[in-house]
Ligand binder design. Sequence first.
Ligand SMILES: Cc1cc2nc3c(=O)[nH]c(=O)nc-3n(C[C@H](O)[C@H](O)[C@H](O)COP(=O)(O)OP(=O)(O)OC[C@H]3O[C@@H](n4cnc5c(N)ncnc54)[C@H](O)[C@@H]3O)c2cc1C
Ligand code: FES
Length: 407
Amino acid sequence: MIEAAAAADLQQITSLGASSLPSAWGLDALADAQARHDTLLEVVRESGEIVGYVLARCCAEEVEIHEIVIAPSRRRAGLGSALLAHALRAAGRAGARSAHLEVRANDAGALRFYQERRFREIGRRPRYYRSGEDAITMSRKLGPVRVDAEVVANEADGTTGRRLRLRVPGWPGAEPGQFVMLSPGPRTRVPRTDPLLPRPMAVYRTLGDGDEIEILYKISGRGTALLAGAGSGDRVGVVGPLGRGFAPPAEGEHALLVGGGTGTASLLGQAAAVASCGQATVLLGARTAGDLLGLAEFRALNVGLELATEDGSAGHHGFITEPLAKALAADPGAVVYACGPTPMMRAAAELAREHDARCVVSLENPMACGFGVCLGCAAPLVGGGFGLVCRDGPVFDASTVDWGNLS
Ligand SMILES: Cc1cc2nc3c(=O)[nH]c(=O)nc-3n(C[C@H](O)[C@H](O)[C@H](O)COP(=O)(O)OP(=O)(O)OC[C@H]3O[C@@H](n4cnc5c(N)ncnc54)[C@H](O)[C@@H]3O)c2cc1C
Ligand code: FES
């Protein structure tokens, strides 16, 4: 659990910092910082002992991440990610629009950690540290944008799917599994009230100089039909990125990523992340060969690829969960990531449970607002209660979802 540090914690935090960083903040500096209302000093405590902390300060619309330290025995368990995400969320709530930090130029692990979390290198401070080492300064934007995005391209791609490429001014980048709400219908031709509500779509990938996004979609009703009618130069309303995406994979992770139909669009970023530090097999299922989306991008990754179609026109003849069962039997330690129709995710969760494997799903409940206000996307959770797919998800640990009551 992450919680605010108490005054009594400062000594322990100082010792943890000194054991990990050559220039960690001392006791007096930490005490001063803790007394300030603009400083965030939060700890992870396990069995009463502090095993990690984050120190950050907000100033105007910026947050500076000063230190994230994890006890050596608890590294590679996702605590650094959790502390960073926690600090960025808190800073976003406090009004920060961008985050900044500096990293030792020779610390390849730290540079990679922040790059994977959408920080970009923006400068270098020569001989910044006492040791004479340079510092790399990094930053990233925070929070969703709400803009009228220009349609760069919007076309069928030879499958039953379509690709919509949008230029989104101020796009802050998205974590794998995050989504946008699109108001379909170019303003010039269709009133914004038709349909009234925006439609959720996964961010398939970021393109251009980082300010363009691609959406992979199928026409399934009024909203997506209108989206398909938007031509180059038209405008589409975009709010995002929204929701909690997939956590970065662990070093050396084996993963089985299972996509069904348009659910495939949520998995490309996570497949790439796993491929960069572990071993990924992507299993894509659809009704027919023509319904298999995104094959070119998945083939371009360093991943294994298995296909299944219900009519047997490509890959295994049947459901994709059948090859998944075989893959899990061969590699029971693999993590399963799944996105697609609810019956497919339910079956994937059940198979993972049978093999004692962790399963993470990205739910696709219909949404109305996209940011936790209308309660329209509620998903039942084990033990009672609901999670809001737009705000608490769309990514959930499958073991927390009450599959029997999820429609
Ligand atoms: C987080 C998230 C990410 C998504 N990402 C993508 C994506 O990358 N590409 C893509 O094509 N679609 C995606 N979807 C599904 C997409 O939002 C729906 O297909 C879309 O809202 C349908 O709108 P419509 O007006 O065209 O259809 P509607 O007229 O609203 O519905 C037409 C048909 O589609 C069904 N439908 C509506 N919403 C959903 C849904 N959420 N899931 C499944 N069926 C639905 C309805 O039951 C109905 O049968 C995503 C949904 C969520 C929640
Ligand atoms: S879509 Fe409105 S609360 Fe989730």
